[in-house]
Structures are given as structure tokens and as C-alpha cells.
Design a protein. Sequence first.
Length: 364
Amino acid sequence: MMFSKLSLGHVIAVTAALLLALPLGASGQVLDRLPNIYPMNELPNPYSSEDGWVKLPDGRTWGSTAGSDIDPDGRHIWAIDRCGANSCAGSDLDPILKIDPDGNVVATMGAGLFLFPHGMHVDRDGNVWVTDAQGPNRENPATAGKGHVVIKLSPEGEVLLTLGRPGSPGDGRGPLLNTPCDVVTDADGNIYVGDGHSGQGRDAPPDTVARIAKFDRDGNFITSWGRLGSGPGELRTPHAIDIDSQNRLIVGDRGNNRLQIFQLDGTYIGELRQFGRPSGIYITDDDTIYVADSESLFANSQNPGWITGIRVGSLRTGIVDYLIHGTVDAYPNGSNPEGVSVDAAGNVYGAVVSQGGAFVRSSR
């Protein structure tokens, strides 16, 4: 029987998802032998995209945006702006913005706390968690004593908790962090950090930090798992993390062009490769997954044959249904968001780093 290129990808995707539903142990063993699937590029795009819908304060323009999440009310959107540039070092601008559905910025916070605000998570109580994925640079005094942390802020901007020690990189074996990429909390308040932004290059030193670090709700270190590599449970930049309805940790293992799936205790379950090169992840209550691919391009050695955009599919079936290109005037060939979030109305927000940055909304 002959399959088209696209349908073959769907067949493998469904197979992978079914295997993930098997008991632990069997799923990981079989999934590790699955072949790389054909690039999932020729997918429908039922979304229209717009830029410039946010009314930024006078004199302010978007810098690299990187991260986004949705307020517990399902309507307001939180976004990171790297202070009108691609770094907040030495800036007095607030990098964290809260935006209403009409595009009005209703709150800002976080000035002076971050060098390179990266990943964002808004918890059930509306607290805002942001990772700082860089550290001090001896050539720039404004970076001294900052970076390598995750900071939890109240909805009003009060610092409630700091994971790691500002300016002090960890070695991957304890509570200190090293260029943390993303953060998420579970129903019990435990905290998971995708730690290590420097491992996606194939020439990364073997001691490069690449792990998931777990803390309790008070910030006490519990455990960590993962190391630099491309085998099961190994990582090359855990760039994005989220938790699905089955209490599984889904990790965007960007340097390996895959999603990896773990139990919340670190037990490896399997992997999925049909969602491209994952920079950002957002999972809804019904396990629809939105994966932002900001780096794949045709003839790109990082993920040959794939293109950028937001792939939309199901963690329950493994099928990828759509590819949101995010085409707007500033990005006529499609935007390439790093961060992604989805509000209660189904609007998809893409946080774009490249070409100066943008915050693109896509709606059906």
C-alpha cells in the first residue's frame, strides 16, 4: 500500500501516540526505534494573523518577545518584551506586560530584575514566573550579579520567590541554575525548570548543563534528571516545558528536534518528532498542543526540510492538524515565534524574537 508523504507522517504520528498510551517501559523501548518522520509542512492553516494589535505605551516598541502565557481569567495575555531590544541589561523598562483582549497594556512589572527574560509561566493563582537565561558578562558591568535564576512575582509585581542565586551559574547537580529556559508548576505547587540554554550545538562541551530541575512549592530543591546528549531522557537545550492532563511533563528538547515525555518523577516515557524543532509549548485542558518552531527552515542544517511556524495537534492521537504560519506585513514569509500561548477563545499568540521582535495574534 502506498501513502502520500503527508499521510505517512500522520500514520507514524498516530503510531507514536498509541505507543505512548502503553504501560511504562514498553512505550519508551518502542518509541526509541521509531524513524524520523517526513517534515510536517503541508498542513492546513485556518488561522489569520495580525501584528500591531497591542497598544504599547508611548515611545515603546517591541523588542524580542520570547515568552507568553494566559492569565487564569482566560482573557488577559502576559508577554515578555526584552526591553525594546534583545536584552534588558542596563534598561529601566518593565519586561513583563499584561495585555487585555483589546490590546491595551493594563500592567507592567519586573524592571531591573532580568538580563535575558526568556520563559514565562502564569500559575493557578495568577503569579508570574519568568526565567533569566543569561548570566553576567565581564565586559558589561550592567550584567553583574544578575541572571541564572527563575523569579516568581505576584500579579502586582512583588517578588515572592527566587530559584537559583543571581549571577551564579550552577553545574547541573543542585539548586543553582544555569541559563534556565522555561518553568512550569504542577497541581501540588511543585516547580519544574528546563535548565540549560547552551547545549543545542553539537560541539557543546560534555559538561554543559541540560536537565530538568524539580523544586517543591517553597523553592526547596528536590531532584533533577537529564544530561547532555541525544539518547532517551538526554537533552540538548530543554527550551520549553508544560504539563498535560495526564500529569506528564512535556519537554521541548530543541537541540534534538523532538518532544520528550516524562512522568513528574522524571521517569522517561517516550518522544514525539512530528511537531518540528520545539522552541515553545502550550497545552490546553483537552491535550491539544501548540508547538512553536522558531528555527526550522528549508536547507537549514538544524532541522533540514522543516519550516517554522506553530504546529497544532493532539497529544492523545499524535496527529498534527494545522501549521500556523503567522504571516503579517513585517514577516511576509511567516513569522517564527519562540513562545506560544492560547486564550480561552482560541486565539493563538506567537512571541517572536527575530528581526526585532513582534507579538502576533492568530485567530480562526
